[in-house]
Design a binder for this molecule. Structure first.
Ligand code: AMP
Length: 462
């Protein structure tokens, strides 16, 4: 869960990166960074916190150059500490290089152990540093060949944006787990942009050219654009991007997230109908699917829960007691609307189940007579190893409990999940588009050797 951005040849590369990251902020709120490239000298600004706080006018003034890459981070590998903030950069025998990564490598531990045995010193816990170390150890004569060698050794999910002294490079892993899209600025014909989602283009008034192909290595330099391909593998865009993670105004591999969510809601209404007076979403994640549900069922859509936008997502807060509190901080029910009503509440996913129980209680306290929970994705029964921040298997309520047990635990009158087939029907407008749905089905496209065991951190920087 991260967002990446890159821009080639624009006089305000850092400013545009800042705007692009702002439009990708939903992909990671822990830290952000931009590395600009001024004629081969890299300038970095990386910090914990939100994009708008980090990139003040003054900070942006320290990022000269007409090439830049950027990153917003949400920890999925390594701890949430300053050393892990991206982009990472390194000085090697060929010059300087910086990289921003969205995704998770599944063989990071084995590679790191091998590199360390060989004398490598790591300065972060980030799996992205493994890529830099592999490149630095390569004997290949140029950065692109070094990168190709490194890519031949890593497995898992990665959408990468790199800058070397005279290139911008974008890479999408062979399955295309994470999105990555190429665009350009009509007002600056020589400028190219890559970003995790098209929402970044809209803010910049850039146009989408195309998505990177899974397995594509796109090199942008003074010669123009050149693409190389890794060995082909089945296309497996993460379906959870459509369910929850991406913005509804984005296109993923050309497909509208908004339309996919409407279709999920419609399909959910077909699979789990119930008599009720109102369909209400859990804002913001359930809004579009709830509209689809209301549309198909003919039951009125109402905003029965109001979200306070001045708190972040509650999911990553560490202890259970804070999480419980967090839901109340974020959501409140509208009693006038809910009093004595039979309510269908729609959310995009149910992970631990703690949020749903809190929401059901909130709605009942506001006077609702019946509360029917509908989830626009199947039960999350397996952790994600490819970059979505899901808890361990033991914390996933659906890994040990049946739907009826979960219904009882969240204190709902009924509970209905979208079926795996129904989800695929909703997102698979084009049969060429195939997805990774391992968190729902347990079918992991890239095998996992063992549950990753994050290393104890022995150097702590304040
Ligand atoms: P819970 O069932 O209490 O774990 O929370 C489910 C809620 O968290 C749903 O409203 C989702 O929109 C949201 N959610 C699902 N996956 C994630 C994630 N990886 N990070 C943050 N929030 C998530």
């Amino acid at each position: 869960m991260c967002g990446v951005f890159g821009i080639w040849r624009h006089p305000e590369a850092a400013n545009l990166s800042y705007l692009g990251l702002h439009a990708l902020q939903h992909r990671g709120q822990e830290s952000a960074g931009v590395v600009s490239n001024d004629g081969g000298i890299l300038h970095a600004m990386r910090s914990m916190g939100h994009v708008r706080k980090i990139f003040t006018r003054e900070a942006l003034g320290h990022l000269p150059g007409d090439i830049a890459i950027g990153h917003v981070r949400y920890t999925t590998a390594g701890a949430s500490i300053a050393k892990n903030i991206q982009p990472l950069w390194a000085q090697t025998q060929l010059g300087t290089i910086a990289v921003a990564h969205n995704g998770n490598l599944v063989n990071e531990e084995a590679l790191r152990a091998r590199l360390e045995a060989d004398g490598a010193i790591f300065s972060s816990q980030s799996d992205t540093e493994v890529i830099l170390q592999l490149m630095a150890r390569s004997r290949a004569p140029d950065f692109v060949s070094q990168l190709m060698e490194a890519l031949g050794q890593i497995r898992g999910a990665y959408s990468l944006v790199l800058t070397t002294e005279d290139k911008l490079i974008a890479v999408r892993d062979p399955h295309g787990f994470r999105p990555l899209v190429l665009g350009r600025l009509p007002s600056y014909p020589g400028t190219w942009i890559v970003a995790s989602e098209t929402s970044a283009f809209d803010l910049l008034e850039a146009t989408r050219v195309r998505d990177l192909e899974p397995g594509e290595i796109l090199v942008i330099d003074g010669q123009g654009l050149t693409s190389r391909r890794m060995a082909p593998a089945p296309r497996r865009l993460c379906v959870f991007e459509h369910v929850y993670f991406a913005r509804p105004d984005s296109l993923l591999d050309g497909q509208s997230v908004y339309e996919a969510r409407i279709a999920m809601g419609e399909q959910l209404a077909v699979e789990h109908p119930v008599d009720a007076d109102a369909v209400i979403p859990v804002p913001d994640s359930g809004v579009v699917a709830a509209m689809g549900y209301a549309r198909r069922s003919g039951i009125p859509f109402e905003m029965g829960l109001i979200r306070n936008h001045y708190v972040g997502r509650t999911f990553i807060e560490p202890s259970d007691s804070i999480r419980h509190f967090g839901v109340r901080l974020k959501l409140n029910a509208v009693p006038h609307l809910l009093h004595d009503k039979r309510v269908i509440v729609v959310d995009d996913s149910l992970v631990r189940g703690t949020t749903s129980r809190k929401i059901v209680r909130l709605i009942r306290q506001a006077g609702a007579r019946e509360v029917h929970v509908r989830i626009s994705s199947p039960p999350v029964s397996g952790p994600c190893y490819y970059g979505i921040d899901t808890p361990t298997r033991a914390e996933l309520v659906a890994s040990t409990q049946s739907v009826d047990q979960i219904r009882a635990a969240i204190e709902a009158d009924s509970l209905g999940y979208l079926s795996p087939d129904g989800l695929l029907r909703a997102v698979q407008a084009d049969p060429q588009r195939t997805f990774c749905d391992a968190c729902f089905t347990g079918e992991y496209p890239v095998p996992i050797d063992a549950e990753p065991t994050p290393r104890q951190l022995r150097l702590i920087e304040l």
